[in-house]
Design a protein around this ligand. Structure first.
Ligand SMILES: C/C(=C\COP(=O)(O)OP(=O)(O)O)CCC[C@H](C)CCC[C@H](C)CCCC(C)C
Ligand SMILES: O=C(O)C1=CC(=O)c2ccccc2C1=O
Length: 296
């Protein structure tokens, strides 16, 4: 069944993408876990406020993605675009801005409690970079720069912000974990392009998969996954990670499943479209276990 023929309830589920919100959870969890392991203490109100703000920001990101994609025409065939489902672009736009406003309010509360604007500034910078991915006049995602933006924002910026929110101190200690989280988040975006090459090319979007072709993209995937798991061992070898982080290797079967699925279906959009949610699972399980390993 293509998304064009899905029942309305399933279309709304596909449009709202609940599993995707785990991309907000993992950097906050990992950055806070590193701080917790150092201080033997977690500031729970800061953690929950930051987490809620991050979820609201992801809602803004996804709603505005449909709004801006409606302007370029890239989503004409996307039945599960919120703009296509509601037929009301400005409603989605203002709803998105409401989510961003609420998210920023949470970050302002953290700045007020801590009398320190660092976390607010880091996340506002991430939001600006997120806007450049999809919004006018930048639309850097159309040049294939999304994965790089994703790496920087969900990796070093978000993980450092989470660490800082707990410690109010700078350290390079979160950097190795930030690199891993940045890579696994970018992997989700990379996988999200396989099924939409035709629409992307006709709208002038040169995503990495539109540039490489699906076959070369599928061949590259095991190297990316292997690189991520290899890097975890290298960081352990250099004592940048505690030995407990080996726990994140439990997610390896998900990486193997992802590579096999994409290898088999890379040129069949209706089959390969699920691969981004396999990547979401890999990111969530590996990130969760990485945080637990860092705490151990
Ligand atoms: C919206 C994103 C991808 C959708 O891309 P596309 O248009 O190809 O997909 P559709 O088929 O669904 O239309 C994600 C883009 C991510 C962006 C590069 C970086 C965003 C940064 C965030 C604002 C950072 C938030 C950090 C958080 C933890 C506070
Ligand atoms: O809809 C999508 O494809 C994505 C939404 C999203 O929020 C996100 C966040 C971080 C990495 C990738 C993605 C998506 O691919």
């Amino acid at each position: 069944m293509t998304t064009q023929t899905l029942p309305t309830r399933k279309l709304w589920f596909a449009a709202l993408k609940p599993p995707m919100y785990s991309v907000a959870v993992i950097p906050i969890w990992v950055g806070s876990a590193i701080a917790w392991s150092e201080q033997q203490h977690l500031n729970a109100p800061i953690f929950w406020t930051f987490l809620s703000a991050a979820i609201l920001i992801i809602a803004w990101l996804n709603l505005t993605n449909d709004v801006f994609d409606a302007d370029t025409g890239i989503d004409v065939n996307k039945a599960h675009s919120l703009v296509n489902l509601t037929g009301n672009q400005s409603l989605i736009f203002w709803l998105a801005n409401g989510f961003l406003g609420l998210g920023c309010l949470g970050l302002v509360a953290i700045a007020w409690w801590q009398q320190d604007v660092t976390v607010l500034a880091l996340i506002l910078l991430s939001c600006f970079l997120g806007y450049t991915y999809q919004g006018p006049p930048f639309r850097l995602g159309y040049q294939g720069l999304g994965e790089l933006i994703c790496f920087v924002t969900f990796g070093p910026l978000a993980v450092s912000a989470a660490y800082y929110s707990q410690t109010q101190a700078w350290s390079i200690r979160p950097l190795p974990a930030a690199i891993i989280i940045g890579l696994t988040t970018s992997l989700i975006l990379f996988c999200s392009h396989f099924h939409q090459v035709a629409d992307d090319l006709s709208a002038g979007k040169r995503s990495p998969i539109a540039r490489l072709g699906t076959a070369r993209g599928a061949r590259l995937l095991p190297w990316i996954c292997g690189g991520i798991f290899g890097l975890i061992l290298i960081f352990m070898g250099f004592n940048l990670f505690s030995n407990g982080v080996v726990l994140s290797w439990v997610s390896l079967p998900l990486a193997i499943h992802l590579c096999r699925h994409v290898w088999r279906y890379h040129d069949q959009p209706d089959q390969v479209k699920d691969c981004k949610f396999i990547a979401v699972g890999l990111h969530f399980v590996s990130g969760l276990l990485l945080g637990i390993g860092l705490l151990a």
